[in-house]
Design a protein around this ligand. Structure first.
Ligand SMILES: [Zn+2]
Length: 81
């Protein structure tokens, strides 16, 4: 069993979840996650967080943009009076 170890798995977890690690590392980490419930939990938490943040950004971005546009319009209107 070529377990890469918890510290290496955690270190590469972020890249792993973004699919940025090379194929060899990827299978190493996959294998480690299969054998290590602690790191599997860590990966699940990270995946969930990433998904939640991505969803939150998608939902808030248009509102923020709208507010910025409105603020700019109001500022322009107020300078014309
Ligand atoms: Zn581990």
């Amino acid at each position: 069993m070529s377990d890469c170890g918890c510290s290496k798995a955690r270190k590469d977890l972020e890249e792993y979840l973004r699919h940025e690690v090379c194929k060899t590392q990827h299978s190493d980490i996959t294998e480690h996650l299969e054998n290590c419930p602690a790191c599997r939990d860590e990966a699940l938490v990270a995946t969930t967080l990433t998904a939640v943040i991505a969803r939150a950004c998608k939902e808030t971005a248009p509102d923020q943009l709208r507010d910025q546009v409105l603020a700019r319009l109001r500022a322009e209107q107020s300078t014309h009076h």
